[in-house]
Design a protein around this ligand. Structure first.
Ligand code: SF4
Length: 316
């Protein structure tokens, strides 16, 4: 089998991590490399394992995403699924399995296959008892499903499968990406379809609105433009805040796409400063100590890599 190489790549979340904490990018992109091997040294193995960690918010997002797509597929097959059916059929089994795997520490055998929850690993239940946060995740999942069925599904009910543009997911192996000047850029919108010359791009949000969501959706627009040749004016981005039953819809402009291009270029340039000779093709990181720790320790509380930074943070 050909040897895997750690190629330089860019994504919205990688850029966010890099901005918030240089060291987090180092752990997530470089230190973890090869950590899946049983023969790997302790640090890469730990970094790889921690990379895979989930938390209550990612769990909620995953459960909602899976259940929403199931509801949509049911609709396309001529069935109106209820909230309770979607919850019992898709969301609940996923949530229960993740919680159980994490509690039983099954990730010790295989961190890629079995879930490890931040709340269990670091005992960070945010002041809530475990029962309280798990109940909240279940309630929010149901609420998101109810709002999707009432407010979003009617607008998608007539979309046929052949109108959809396929988006490769993380679960499928190599997720959706495109080439931008030799850099692999990941962009994984939740749902995309064509309607005539227009393309509609959806992202389901199970949490609160954040300022950078508009930039994230503009990146998805850039993916549609670069990979599928869709002009900016034909791209409509939809952010569905399912928990709040609110939404933002926007037709993109050339200026939006140029803004994304500039953002990627600037960010790649900043990241390259942490590579030997600034060479993204070689993609060899500068030594660990040159990747600064977060300037605000608030960023560490929910960070997966707290264990690895603890000695330098004086938390041992
Ligand atoms: S624990 Fe803090 S310093 Fe370490 S990677 Fe995470 S955010 Fe950065």
């Amino acid at each position: 089998m050909a040897e895997l190489t750690n190629t330089f790549s860019w994504s919205f979340s990688a850029a966010e991590d890099f901005e918030e904490c240089r060291r987090r990018r180092y752990w997530a992109k470089y230190a973890m490399w090869g950590g899946w091997s049983r023969d790997a040294a302790e640090e890469p193995r730990t970094a790889y394992r921690l990379c895979k960690m989930e938390n209550r918010y990612s769990l909620l997002g995953n459960a909602v995403e899976q259940a929403v797509m199931w509801v949509l597929r049911q609709k396309q097959a001529g069935r109106d699924a209820t909230v309770e059916e979607a919850y019992q059929e898709i969301a609940r089994p996923y949530l229960n399995r993740a919680w159980k795997e994490s509690r039983e520490k099954r990730w010790e055998q295989n961190p890629k296959k079995y879930c490890c929850l931040h709340e269990h690993y670091y005992a960070t239940a945010g002041g809530n008892e475990p029962e309280e946060w798990t109940r909240t995740v279940a309630e929010h999942t149901r609420q998101c499903l109810a709002n999707f069925i009432a407010s979003v599904l009617p607008g998608l009910a007539q979309v046929r499968r052949e109108q959809e543009i396929a988006v490769a997911t993380v679960a499928q192996g190599d997720p959706e990406s495109f080439d931008f000047g030799g850099v692999k850029v990941y962009a994984i919108p939740d749902y995309v379809y064509r309607a005539g010359t227009a393309v509609h791009i959806y992202d389901w949000k199970a949490g609160k609105p954040r300022e950078n969501h508009a930039d994230q959706l503009a990146l998805y627009g850039f993916w549609a433009n670069t990979k599928h040749g869709i002009p900016a004016a034909n791209i409509y981005v939809h952010i569905e805040y399912l928990l709040l039953d609110s939404r933002e819809v926007r037709q993109l402009t050339e200026a939006d796409l140029q803004g994304v291009e500039e953002k990627i270029r600037d960010s790649v340039q900043d990241m390259a400063e942490y590579l030997v000779n600034g060479d993204i093709r070689r993609n060899e990181p500068v030594p660990k100590q040159d990747w600064d720790l977060a300037s605000s320790r608030g960023a560490c509380r929910w960070c997966n890599f707290l264990e690895l930074c603890a000695p330098e943070l004086g938390q041992e």
